[in-house]
Design a protein around this ligand. Structure first.
Ligand SMILES: NC(=O)C1=CN([C@@H]2O[C@H](COP(=O)(O)OP(=O)(O)OC[C@H]3O[C@@H](n4cnc5c(N)ncnc54)[C@H](O)[C@@H]3O)[C@@H](O)[C@H]2O)C=CC1
Ligand SMILES: O=C([O-])CC(=O)C(=O)O
Length: 332
């Protein structure tokens, strides 16, 4: 067996944490032959609950789990970690937008950025799940200046998975036969789920999703809005926000970083915008990326029509506003 990896999960006593600790412990992210030392962080009032989670991890008898450290101290939680899932923060309730959480959540990511700076390995890969995820990731990176900013990313993989699942259902094909669906922009209702560059295997042939579906009105209308509003639909049904699917997406995201993307495939994640596709720099924008040796590169040169550029710009505008609000909150 390989050397153990120290992996931190924040908000480990919460809903997403409950699914995520099991998935990471079962080898779904770093592989079945890589042992993990789980660093579980939550706040002091949740330590009894977290203790219960630890009992259950033990009772799962997971071969990959070498040790579990449960704590309310970021100095302990982030010590020498190589991978961080930053989940711990407040979820939204029915009727809220994710950016309504900014005032409550962004300071958590300021404090945790500073703690990562002090205690984590400089090579740590940080995935921000807590909402508003893109802007929280931006702030986290800002307060961890000695960790390369490319090591921070925000989760839009759940949106990608949702879009992929919708296309597979529409075409009546397995979800694994749909590839390269893109999520552009913010993990919010302004995101742009884009299938212009996606392909699918239909009757044994690889075809463009657009040509296979042949329904411009659906792809520019109902498809986009249903992905944009899927989180709210889950909240309306469950009275709680997505948890199992969010944990699965977080695992997919971190596994893509660890394993890289395969030839001809790309995935979407919120990363530092370098101005590609005429979008503003200095925000965490979800782009299609390929990954090699744990480093992502934005897929370049995709043809973008006027409809797409308008959608992409709208989400960029929202991200710039969120960034300015977040900086103001943090400097308060
Ligand atoms: N990016 C995405 O696709 C998704 C993001 N989310 C977001 O993930 C976050 C967590 O959601 P749930 O697990 O459902 O919430 P939850 O309320 O069930 O659990 C959150 C946990 O975080 C803990 N926590 C709060 N402040 C903390 C801090 N400073 N340090 C460590 N732990 C802290 C809480 O005590 C709680 O145990 C929310 O912000 C939610 O909106 C949820 C689904 C998808
Ligand atoms: O919608 C929410 O608040 C939780 C979330 O981010 C999602 O399910 O995509």
């Amino acid at each position: 067996m390989a050397e153990p990896i120290r992996v931190c999960i924040t908000g480990a006593a919460g809903q997403i944490g409950y699914s995520l600790v099991y998935m990471v412990g079962s080898g779904a992210v770093f592989g079945p032959d890589t042992p993990v030392i789980l660093h579980l962080l939550d706040i002091k009032p949740m330590m009894t609950v977290l203790n219960g989670v630890c009992m259950e991890i033990s009772d799962c008898a997971l071969p990959c789990v070498r040790d579990v450290i449960a704590t309310d101290d970021p100095a302990v939680a982030f010590k020498d970690i190589e991978s961080a899932f930053l989940v711990g923060s407040m979820p939204r309730k029915e009727g809220m937008e994710r950016k309504d959480l900014l005032a409550a959540n962004v300071k958590i990511f300021k404090v945790q950025g500073a703690a990562l700076e002090q205690y984590a390995k400089k090579s740590v890969k940080v995935l921000v799940v807590g909402n508003p995820a893109n802007t929280n990731a931006l702030i986290c990176a800002k307060y961890a200046p000695s960790i390369p900013r490319e090591n921070f990313s925000a989760m839009t993989r759940l949106d990608q998975n949702r879009a992929q699942a919708q296309i597979s259902a529409k075409l009546g094909i397995p979800v694994t036969d749909v590839k390269n669906v893109i999520i552009w922009g913010n993990h919010s209702s302004t995101q742009f789920p884009d299938v212009r560059h996606a392909s699918a295997i239909v009757n044994g042939q690889t075809v463009s999703v657009y040509d296979a579906i042949k329904d411009d009105a659906f792809l520019k209308g109902e498809f986009i809005t249903s992905v944009q509003k899927r989180g709210a639909a889950v909240i309306a049904a469950r009275k709680l926000s997505s948890a199992m699917s969010a944990a699965k997406a977080a695992c997919d995201h971190m596994r893509s970083i660890w394993e890289g993307t395969s030839e001809g495939h790309f995935v979407s994640m919120g990363v530092f915008s370098d101005g590609s596709y005429n979008l503003p720099e200095g925000v965490m924008y979800s782009f299609p990326v390929t990954i090699k040796d744990k480093k992502w590169s934005i897929v370049q040169g995709l043809p973008i029509d006027d409809f797409a550029q308008e959608m992409m710009d709208k989400s960029a505008k929202e991200l710039c506003e969120e960034r300015d609000d977040a900086i103001a909150v943090c400097e308060d």
